[in-house]
Design a protein around this ligand. Structure first.
Ligand code: C2E
Ligand code: MG
Ligand code: MG
Length: 942
């Protein structure tokens, strides 16, 4: 859970509104308080001005009232009153003015003529004051009035009057001022008090001498309280104060002596309670108005900020998504606010910035994750490479030795340790020369590696024995390379153990020359050897050739099975070996056919003359074989031919003997018969001469045509090659196979001509295919007679020029045995063809098998395993073994392998699993005319 969510939530909007409300409230309160204070202050000032005006009013009121009073007194008809001596009639003024206290009329000398009093007690001024005022009247000749106070205050007015008689009299009228004060109060609403002026520190209300007050009961008390609070009577300052009865203002004033004869202080006290209430009312209504304004303001603020705040809240939530890399959700949540903003505010800008930041972060995250993945991949690859190296060094069946230039061993891989038996960890004391033995010419490894040490090369290949565990030696082929790793330069020697291969090779060599059932020579080697012997002894010795057949061998096979058939074959071989005890080579040349070439002395073995019989001649050839507990009689029929009477070559001897053997009568069976030249034989010779003539004629008549046999590429699962195979067309239009004329053409030296005719046709076809855009290579067979010729390359170049065929699509097939017979020429030819970008295939590979060594030196691209190994591959385990080793070795030497004569799917499958690259044979297609080729053939694989 995030830290923020653990706290109580208070929305931003609420916070903002609260703060706003608080500020506005404070401002409101402060301004209200200020305006209240100002209102109070101005009210106070107004009260002060009003007080000054009240004092002035009071004085004016006295003056006006005095004038009025004096006027009224002046109205008094003094004479009529004087005339009435009874003193009973009070002047009218007394009734007119309820406030008049007493009136008296005085003579100019001051003597009193008459007096009236409204009350029992009259309050005329004291004598001194009276005298002074009276004198002033006399002096001024006009009325004089003065206030004087005793217990209360009175005004005494002296008014001179002239009687009708011309006498001057003075009327002295006294009135009390109570009424005046009351009038003042009712007129102004303020209270007035007259009192003895206050001096010194006397502030006590109780000590005040108040003569008169407008509202005696309450005012006196109020005066005392205000005096108590402010001492305003003493200071004569304006006072505005809160009293127990409300808010009051007050000021005192000393009345001038024109008005008052007694020192007299006027105190004005006003009640401001109403003004205060008004102010408070005003304040209240202001507050209500402000409160309303505040509410409206907050509401308006809320309305204005609502969307922005909502965006802000949304933004804050969205920003939280950045931390969880939830960019999609972030974009979704912002999109309502960023899609079409009309008036962009800061929050919108922030939204857009956040989107940009999200994009940038996402890109960054993606690139970080991409880089991280790359890094992981790189680490993985490095790991894999390391594993690969480890596997290569330690688990591969290769001997790997690292040693210094001085021959000190630094590293031995597992296989090297296993093979050498050097398991001890102390290998560093060992030397490379202790491990790798000198080569056949006796040169030590140190000597052989000298060029590497002297930096005269970087790589050397040798074949040397390696000392093995338990005194064994192993045959290895080595590659030595100098590596300059950071520090000391090292030589890495990598050896491939070929001990087993060598063994297989020699076994193969033997197998290739022998029949694996009887251990006798096979047909091909017999022919080779026989030819050699004929060449060697033909002129000096008598040479006989015997062809022997087991009678009814097919029925033996049928009755007793192939295994017993093989037993019979073995026993027959041994029987023949015993039978012929002169210098001889014996071979199994057919399924139940044996051949023997016998070298007799010049006179014939055992003194038998050539024309006379041979020791085996006419002898019954039979023995018993125990087959399934039966003693089965095996009889052998044979034909004896003599060189050169019955044939100049071994082939002629064989064919003549064979023809005669097939024609033996029942009586001639079971023994060896002498060949007598028959009519058939003569006819055969005649036929061969005929064929020769035909070939020559066909060459000049252009009667050779090409058929094409497709070759299937197992890697690409399509036809990528074709082999062209020649056919001779007879004058009657029949196609004649090479088997029928090739030997005769070879014998009579016609092959080079024929090969060039074929090559020309092949190149024209190749050019056509390349123009058509077909991706096809074409194999052309050439014989030794052709490639040995000095002119061959020249003619080839001119044919290439003439036809415009692409040389890179041309392959020459050379029969392996022919190439081996002319190894140096073949090697040179291969090199020259390679220069022209033409490839080479070894045809009929395996028949003349001697060793693979020569293959390494020849830049041959393909080997074509002879069909005799392939034809029964599916049935024969021995063939499978042979083919497998041929394929393995060819692949090890970097050659492509073609299997010829594939006739069934079983063989095709086996060849596929063996790693053969191409298949050729009737299973794919028979040789056909170009127009009939099916080049889009695809093998059905399960
Ligand atoms: P080759 O070069 O080994 O050709 C393969 C022979 O095997 C061809 O016979 C072909 O028809 C045959 N063949 C292909 N597949 C099968 C199969 O599945 N079963 C069987 N039983 N046979 C198959 P062909 O055409 O009679 O040629 C025989 C030999 O004559 C060739 O053997 C080659 O050595 C030679 N030859 C053919 N044409 C020429 C040529 O133009 N010039 C030269 N110098 N020699 C040629
Ligand atoms: Mg061929
Ligand atoms: Mg072949």
């Amino acid at each position: 859970m995030s830290k923020a969510s653990t706290h109580a939530k208070l929305s931003l909007q609420t916070k903002l509104l609260l703060v706003l409300s608080l500020i506005l409230t404070l401002v409101l309160l402060a301004s209200s308080a200020l305006s209240y204070r100002q209102a109070l202050h101005s009210n106070e000032q107004a009260s002060e001005a009003r007080t000054v005006a009240l004092i002035d009013t009071f004085e004016k009121l006295i003056q006006r009232s005095t004038l009025l009073f004096e006027n009224q007194v002046n109205q008094i008809s003094v004479e009529s009153y004087l005339r009435d001596n009874s003193n009973q009639t009070a002047p009218k003024a007394l009734s007119l003015y309820s406030g008049i206290n007493a009136i008296r009329i005085l003579n100019l000398d001051g003597s009193e003529i008459r007096r009236w009093s409204a009350q029992r007690e009259s309050h005329f001024p004291p004598k001194g004051l009276h005298a002074s005022l009276f004198n002033q009247v006399l002096e001024r000749q006009r009325p004089v009035s003065r206030i004087f106070c005793e217990r209360i205050c009175y005004q005494s007015s002296y008014i001179p009057v002239i009687t009708s008689d011309g006498d001057i009299l003075v009327i002295n009228a006294v009135r009390d001022l109570q009424e005046l004060i009351v009038d003042f109060a009712s007129l102004t609403g303020a209270d007035a008090l007259l009192l003895k002026p206050q001096t010194g520190e006397n502030q006590g209300a109780n000590l005040l001498d108040v003569y008169i007050a407008s509202n005696a009961d309450s005012t006196f008390e109020l005066l005392g309280e205000i005096q108590q609070l402010s001492g305003f009577l003493n200071s004569r300052e304006f006072v505005y104060t809160r009293t127990s009865k409300g808010i009051h203002f007050a000021q005192s004033h000393i009345l001038s002596d024109d008005i008052s004869a007694t020192p007299l202080q006027l105190a004005i006290i006003g009640d401001d309670q109403n003004a205060q209430a008004r102010i408070q009312e005003l304040l209240r209504s202001n507050l209500y108005a402000a409160l309303g304004a505040l509410t409206i303001t907050i509401f308006l603020c809320y309305l204005t900020l609502r969307t922005t705040l909502k965006k802000l809240v949304n933004l804050s939530n969205a920003i939280a998504m950045l931390s969880s890399s939830n960019y999609g959700a972030l974009r979704d949540s912002l999109s309502p606010y960023t899609r079409n903003p009309v008036f962009i505010d800061e929050v919108d800008q922030l939204n857009l910035i956040v989107l940009e930041v999200a994009d940038a972060l996402e890109t960054m995250e993606q690139s970080v994750s991409h880089n991280r993945n790359e890094l992981v991949k790189k680490i993985q690859e490095l790991g894999d490479a390391q594993d690969f190296n480890d596997v290569l060094v330690n688990d591969s069946p290769l001997v790997i030795v690292a040693h210094t230039l001085e021959g000190k061993i630094k590293l031995l891989n597992n296989y090297a340790r296993e093979l050498s038996g050097w398991y001890s960890s102390n290998i560093e004391t060992q030397k490379i020369s202790d491990l790798i033995l000198p080569d056949l010419s006796g040169r030590s490894i140190t000597e052989l590696l000298k060029p590497l040490k002297d930096q005269r090369g970087t790589r050397i290949q040798t074949e040397q024995l390696m000392r093995g565990a338990g005194g064994k030696v192993n045959d290895l082929t080595w590659i030595h390379a100098r590596v300059n790793t950071g520090g000391e330069p090292l030589i890495i020697s990598v050896g491939l153990d070929i001990t087993e291969r060598r063994r297989t090779e020699s076994r193969l060599r033997w197998l290739s020359k022998h029949d694996n059932v009887t251990d006798l020579l096979n047909r091909e080697s017999f022919h080779e050897e026989a030819n050699l012997l004929i060449q060697q002894y033909g002129n000096t010795h008598r040479i006989d050739f015997a062809l022997l057949d087991i009678d009814k061998f097919a029925s033996i096979n049928d009755m007793y099975g192939f295994q017993n058939g093989d037993v019979v074959l073995k026993e027959t071989a041994r029987y023949i070996e015993r039978l012929i005890d002169c210098d001889t080579i014996i071979a199994r040349t057919g399924p139940n056919e044996f051949s023997a070439l016998m070298i007799l002395d010049a006179q014939g073995e055992l003194g038998v003359s050539p024309q006379s019989s041979h020791p085996v001649l006419g002898r019954a050839l039979r023995f018993y074989s125990a087959l399934n507990n039966d003693a089965v009689e095996i009889t052998i029929s044979g034909m004896l031919a003599t060189y050169p009477q019955d044939g100049y070559t071994i082939d002629e001897l064989v064919s003549n003997a064979s023809a005669a053997l097939r024609k033996l009568g029942p009586l001639q069976k079971g023994k060896i018969n002498r060949l007598l030249e028959s009519v058939d034989n003569r006819a055969l010779r005649q036929e061969r001469i005929q064929i020769h003539d035909n070939i020559v004629k066909a060459l000049s008549d252009d009667r050779f045509i090409l058929l094409y046999q497709p070759i299937y590429n197992l890697g690409e699962e399509r036809i990528t090659h074709c082999e062209c195979l020649v056919r001779m067309r007879s004058e009657e239009g029949h196609l004649i196979s090479p088997a029928a004329f090739m030997d005769i053409a070879k014998e009579h030296g016609l092959m080079s001509r024929l090969d060039l005719v074929v090559l020309r046709m092949a190149l024209i076809q190749l050019r056509e295919w390349s123009v058509e855009g077909l991706d096809l290579k074409l194999s052309v067979n050439i014989t030794a007679a052709t490639f040995e010729s000095d002119l061959f390359i020249k003619e080839l170049k001119s044919l290439l020029l003439e036809t415009g065929a692409p040389p890179s699509r041309l392959i020459f097939e050379i029969v392996e045995t022919e190439a081996i017979d002319n190894l140096s020429t073949a090697k040179e030819l291969c090199e020259r063809l390679a220069e022209l970008d033409i490839q080479i295939a070894f045809d009929d590979f395996g028949i003349g098998f001697t060793s693979f060594e020569y293959l390494r030196d020849l830049p041959v691209d393909y080997i074509k395993i002879d069909q005799s190994f392939i034809r029964y591959l599916y049935k024969r385990k021995s063939d499978q073994l042979l083919v497998k080793s041929m394929v393995d070795m060819a692949i090890a030497l970097g050659k492509k392998v073609i299997a010829e004569g594939v006739e069934d799917d079983g063989s095709a499958d086996i060849l596929r699993t063996m790693g053969v690259h191409y298949l050729q044979g009737y299973y794919i297609s028979r040789p056909r005319a170009v127009a009939d080729l099916e080049l889009d053939y695809k093998m059905v694989t399960i």
